[in-house]
Design a protein around this ligand. Sequence first.
Ligand SMILES: [Zn+2]
Length: 441
Amino acid sequence: MKKFSKIMIPTVIALSAVTSTTAFADPQSNPNGPYIENEQNISLASYMSNEDLFKTLQKLEESSKGKMKLDIAGYSNLAPHGYATETEKGSPLYVAKFGSADPDKKRVLITTQIHGNEQIGTEAAIDMIQKLSSGGREVEEILDKVSIWIMPRINPEGADNQFEDKWYPTRYTHQTWDPAAIGLPTGTAFPWYYNADGSERAQNNNGRVVYGIPGYDQNRDYNPNLDFRVEDQDKTEVAAFLNNKAANNSKNGGLFVTAESRAVSSVFKEFKPDVYVDVHHRGFNTVSDKDNRSVPVQLAAVVATQSYKDPFSGKTYEVDADALKLGKQVNALSYLSLQRGFSHFGAIQKYPDVNLPGTALGAFALNDAAIMLIEIKGQSQTLGQKQSGMLKETVKAPLYDVFKALADGTIHNIDTKIYDDIPEASNSISDPTTREADNGF
Ligand SMILES: [Zn+2]
């Protein structure tokens, strides 16, 4: 969700631009960096390809001795409900299931890599699946009370994107806007989150690379009306909506035009999770002017600040007060879980409150799920696999504590004020070099 920062906190960006010139002599953060130099190659070699991921998940299912069931929730760019896409069937979207959709158990759904260039969440998810698969008394106690479904890498096309015969992960899905295929007039404007030319930030944010495969920001394609299907709507109404710039924007939910968002939403509807966690990557910050620790993660329990009125059905969706409370408790416990003396693990900030009904977190929060957004620092274009061990830990450790606290009920004892008091996002670090500024944030 890196794109929010410029919109939400312009004063912070402006301040950091002023202060960054004076900070050149000193490291921008501790550990230093974060931006690597142009001549340094960004290594992604340790990250899993789609094929590696599948093989790993299969092995883990076998070794779990029945604890984990590996299912396919759908395929990228498949043609569900008659919506024909350019390629009929892409890569599988896996769901690793520990326990059933039992309403008597607490249920946690975790998704990673909705943006294909945000790998570490997936690597952390694999470690979590491994730990839960391996069993032991503590795991048994968790799984006795809590069902956990994990979808690692819900954007396999962006994750495995190639550019000039090299692996070049991108934010977007692969799919071409084809209004005629869904019965809309030719020339109908595309959803605002469509990337028509297939472009992505270049390595180190050094301009843009046009890789040439159009696609969508899947994380704007969700809708609080989980049953919304563009092909079932009045086509005149949909065309008018898309052609109206005052409607076709982030204030409204997405149109579920991607197969990926449909697959994830169908898992959500079946599982009805109490807690939904989505793992992203973002930019770089230090904690404050006085504390130059590099922020490893930002967290958030709020991605829908307002109720949502579906412009098509007129139905209204609200964030449930109990779900919001549980979401704050889950985020607060995650924060506490990483406080390990004055270490980098604990240098956490709160992601700004945003109102984005078209994100998975926003749409699911408006359907009674407690949510946690985890935003790991850096993108594959800026950080590569640097610090990936430490950053994986900042995802795994809190989530494991959340599982335990949901199992024994202690999550309900957490004071939500701890969440409210997490330091706000600030001290954004801008790229120090003279490289061309990126306008895509
Ligand atoms: Zn993201």
